[in-house]
Design a binder for this molecule. Structure first.
Ligand SMILES: NC(=O)c1ccc[n+]([C@@H]2O[C@H](COP(=O)([O-])OP(=O)(O)OC[C@H]3O[C@@H](n4cnc5c(N)ncnc54)[C@H](O)[C@@H]3O)[C@@H](O)[C@H]2O)c1
Length: 382
């Protein structure tokens, strides 16, 4: 079996974790690393049992290496798009950390290149997709267990990690906007969970200045998403302050509802009701004792069910997302998180910025000319 050869970019907090997951596989290998901080690059390679000789001092060397099948981008945000575009122009598959772009012009170019090269597999790391609770939720919505969903709330309140040299996250020219810095996780959960029932058609948003830390871009967003079946989604996003990781979910439908609370003990984190499968009674699927007492043992979720309640990347589903992208390449399939397939999630982010500035509701799909006129039409540089 031919191994997928990866050119890795950015071996920081998230990057070193993902690189480790690649090295644990037997169908992929890291054959080159571009890391601006050479000392860190060497340390990470050594800790993973890889040769220091694969460290390169210029991104161009990744692009020019004909041996490399896929480029894995875990650099700071503003580099993602220029690096992804150069990789696709060189005929390489692209794994991209979120956000896929910090400039609208680059977003358009990524979509254009993906559409012109469907053989190239792309992926934006909306990692909550791989959380097993989110899988349950998507299946339950799709099988009508909550009837028609009309109201959704998802929070992303999480003081993002700016420790040490992760201080770049305060700098707007590198971080981009706060939605791309993490609030898009909540948006992705909402869009993927609703995908079986409805599509987003408009966005209204407000934003606020930082209150605690020195973010240059507004770190607080309140985003309303309208769906084409009349449902409305709401996202409280805050990357500035909070107490721990708050990815609260509340889905309400005509025949049931679902609530997830990050900040409570495991047995109480998830509860739902469904006329279809539980006679309309509230069920706590992570509480086997209560399910037993209520006579619904068959509705208990497995012990290894994961829930989205940590901001620590080491506890994220990195193994699953790495495996998913490698499988997409091997099986010649595009991921639901590919640049084209996930473009509506990115568009909600652009639309929210436009709405927060203009005070107007913005329709989806985005009118590209209007968006270009709003954003300044600049493209990023490597
Ligand atoms: N999907 C998720 O849940 C998740 C979680 C954490 C971080 N992230 C994303 O991962 C990326 C990295 O975040 P982090 O927290 O690991 O930051 P980090 O600062 O720890 O890592 C970034 C690394 O990139 C290196 N670097 C700087 N400029 C570079 C360039 N031009 N090319 C290549 N490498 C460069 C830095 O030296 C550093 O080692 C960000 O885009 C962030 O949004 C995603």
């Amino acid at each position: 079996m031919k191994k997928i050869k990866v050119g890795f970019v950015g071996a920081g907090w998230m990057g070193s974790c993902q690189m480790q997951r690649i090295t644990e596989r037997d169908d992929a290998e890291v054959v080159a690393l571009f890391e601006k901080n050479a000392e860190r690059g060497k340390e990470v390679l050594k800790s993973l049992g890889l040769s220091e000789n694969i460290l390169v001092d210029d991104y161009q060397k990744i692009i020019d290496n004909p041996e490399i099948d896929a480029v894995w981008l875990v650099s700071p945000n503003s580099f993602h798009a220029p690096q992804a575009i150069a990789a696709m122009e060189a005929g390489k598959h692209v794994f991209c950390e979120k956000p896929a772009s910090t400039l609208f012009e680059d977003h358009c170019r990524e979509i254009e290149l993906s559409e012109a090269n469907p053989n190239l597999k792309t992926f934006v790391d909306y990692i909550l997709y791989f959380d097993t609770m989110e899988e349950h939720l998507r299946k339950m919505v799709a099988s009508g267990e909550f009837g028609e969903i009309n109201q959704i709330q998802i929070n992303y309140r999480h003081p993002v990690n700016i420790a040490g040299d992760k201080i770049w996250k305060l700098d707007q020219s590198i971080m981009g906007d706060a939605i791309g810095m993490g609030i898009n996780h909540a948006i992705s959960v909402m869009v993927f969970a609703m995908a079986s029932q409805a599509n987003p058609v408009a966005v209204y948003a407000t934003s606020q200045n930082p209150h605690i830390r020195g973010f240059e871009a507004d770190p607080v967003y309140n985003i309303v998403v309208k769906f084409d079946n009349g449902a409305t989604g709401f996202c409280f996003g805050n990357i500035d302050h909070g107490n721990g990781y708050d990815a609260y979910h509340n889905f309400s439908g005509t025949k049931g509802g679902f609530v997830f609370e990050s900040q409570t003990d495991r047995t109480h984190k998830v509860r739902y009701w469904s006329e279809k499968i539980a006679d309309g009674k509230w069920i706590w699927p992570l509480d086997p004792e209560k399910c037993k007492a209520d006579g619904v043992e068959d509705l208990v979720w497995p012990e290894d069910t994961t829930t989205p309640d940590s901001g620590d990347v080491v506890e994220h589903q990195t193994g699953e997302c790495v495996g998913h992208f490698i499988e997409c390449i091997k099986n010649d399939t595009q991921s639901p998180m590919g640049f084209v397939n996930s473009q509506l999630i990115a568009e909600i982010g652009w639309a929210a910025q436009m709405s927060a500035t203009t005070g107007k509701e913005i329709s989806l799909p985005l009118n590209k000319d209007e968006a270009r006129a709003f954003f300044d039409g600049e493209a990023g540089t490597l």
